[in-house]
Design a protein around this ligand. Sequence first.
Ligand SMILES: Nc1ncnc2c1ncn2[C@@H]1O[C@H](COP(=O)(O)OP(=O)(O)OP(=O)(O)O)[C@@H](O)[C@H]1O
Length: 603
Amino acid sequence: VSDADILLKFRVSLGNATALGDWNTSRSVCSTDQTESWNGVRCWNGSVWGLRLEGLGLNGAIDLDSLSSLRYLRTISFMNNSFEGPLPEIKKLVALKSVYLSNNHFSGDIPDDAFSGMAYLKKVHLANNKFTGKIPSSLATLPRLLVLRLDGNKFEGQIPDFQQKHLANVNISNNMLGGPIPASLSRISSSSFSGNKDLCGKPLDSCSSKKPSAVIVALIVVAIALILVTIGLLLLVLHRNIRTVQLGGAAPVDNHSMSEVAHSSLVECGTSEMSGHSKRAEQGKLTFVRDDRERFDLQDLLRASAEVLGSGNFGSSYKAVLLSGEAMVAKRYKQMNNVGREEFQEHMRRLGRLAHPNLLPLVAYYYRKEEKLLVSEYVENGSLASHLHGNHSIDQPGLNWPTRLRIIKGVAKGLAYLYNELPSLIVAHGHLKSSNVLLDESFNPVLTDYALLPVINPEHARQLMVAYKSPEFAQHSRTTKKTDVWGLGILILEILTGKFPTNYLTVGNNSEEGITWVNSIANQEWMMEVFDKEMGGTENSKGEMLKLLKIGLACCEEDVERRWDLKEAIKHIEELEVTDGTNDEGDEFPSIAMTEDMSTITL
Ligand SMILES: Nc1ncnc2c1ncn2[C@@H]1O[C@H](COP(=O)(O)OP(=O)(O)OP(=O)(O)O)[C@@H](O)[C@H]1O
């Protein structure tokens, strides 16, 4: 039975299966281009390894018997749907690594052995359902469990004795649990246990402590308050010193470590909490913009070993590996004060609602007037820029032609989605360049630093952001719905030639330099010599390369009126065929120059 047959059978048991209308056998379940696979199906090497059917209004039954025939299925997510009834018999899918069922209406007790034998299970998300009874003890013995979200249910009784040593991400808040917290969970933040009946023991109050009299309580409170105020004042002085150093050092490169950022933020949090202003205390917290993420706080980033990934135009980006093993990136922005707090938060929430395989999701942000942190996942293969312009080695060979074409196709899809979802923005990306195209473990592109124009200080944006380096901004001091097309064109030419667009290195609008750069490519006498040799390619792919070159040049049309709009650019990009060159391997481009008249190439 094929994967397609299995999935179609599985679909029958769902209510509202119309949401999966594009599941039909006229297209293959797994396409080489992930975004063309069936909706919600994640593939690897042509096999289904994941189902991500989130927020589709699904209900009915989850037919695990059918899914158990998918040999390579490792992760399932049915979050944010309307499933009801008891927990499905998850252990039928014994090889699963992650199960995401949060934000549904599942209810009832979960059998104690519901997770028995699931030797590979790492992440279990059951938050915000209506589960009752005891937390199943089979969870407590899963050998590989890393993340457990049970918050927002009606679990009662005691927490079972979790055996896992690396279980760092647990949230069982807002249930009806009582009794002692097992020692194995004592390192977890106290907020993960809040909102329960009467849990006790580390990290909460000790179970044996007797209730002291009101006078003693009052005395203790006063003493603690005095100590905290003293510490707070000391920290405030320390914090001021750090800020003074920061302001004094006007060097463009930002060298402050993640610990310093988090530290200064935490200091602020500490002092404000002590002064009793709960709103200001909030300032020390990360605000999460999505429900599907494990929660962590600035302190977790502080604890995490941080590595500076690089210093961009706005500040530095840091990679921090959380205790759960998950790598996150926090980027500091100093010039992000174009709008007030409320509007900023609204914009971040808007970004948090975006979901597309070619966009890096915003996970959380941290707000302070002087600086912001935007937190997202670390993307395995770094930036397209580093692959195009970095040193190549056996571990990091140059990108070949099929990969480059797939990257451009993915970038186009990400842009199309942005324009669709954010119609009120004239320039929906605004900072499209190769360091803002990240490559995941399969070298699929994910766009980052998008849709930030509304919140960045305008003067700063005009100096540094790609949108303002466009010819139309030089000519008419305006950006248009075609401005990102120009950025896309430059990116295409950079990918094809392997040459860095020199005008991105200087500050301000230098579109003259940009146009000269484009012309140096367009006017190359020997067209085939333009292409980056690292890309290889075969006689078969030559035609497609030339077509892409022509598309890139059309996007870089100086006259904005004559320039294609995004729709047209995307249409031409989608028509290009990805040939992986396996059947004509070794048939490299002859290095001798071939004259090609670009006008003969039909798109
Ligand atoms: N989530 C991420 N995963 C992996 N690498 C990242 C991530 N975010 C940023 N990087 C890389 O870290 C480096 C610094 O990125 P940063 O965004 O701070 O600067 P930039 O993209 O070079 O410039 P700009 O500030 O103008 O966007 C870049 O090489 C970037 O590709």
